[in-house]
Design a protein around this ligand. Structure first.
Ligand SMILES: [Cu+2]
Length: 109
């Protein structure tokens, strides 16, 4: 019984330490951390399809304060496999490693 409650106390201490360091990280670099974690919704028309990437003429994305533009996105996993040039799409993006914008999911409109 004693060892069980010790294990629980230890586990909650570790949990608390992780929460604290996470808080610290996000406070230190709030903007990029928030962008990394957050999905943003976009809409547009597919212009070019490449290997693991896609060029989309997208409408403004208010949550990122982006104007309408044509740009490349990386594709995560199997996202976009059934999407073709000319398709009107809605998609969700997040900022991946190296600050690149990655499509997490995309579907035809
Ligand atoms: Cu853009």
């Amino acid at each position: 019984m004693k060892s069980i409650s010790l294990a629980i106390a230890l586990a909650s201490m570790i949990g608390f330490a992780q929460a604290a360091s996470h808080e610290h990280d996000s406070h230190q670099n709030m903007t990029s951390h928030a962008e990394h974690a957050t999905l943003h919704q976009g809409m547009g028309v597919v212009r070019t399809v490449g290997a693991g990437k896609m060029q989309i003429a997208h409408e403004p994305i208010p949550s990122l304060d982006w104007p309408a533009m044509t740009m490349w996105f990386e594709l995560q996993g199997h996202a976009g496999q059934s999407i073709q040039v000319g398709n009107h799409v809605s998609f969700k993006i997040m900022q991946g490693k190296n600050k690149k914008w990655v499509i997490e999911s995309i579907e035809r409109k």
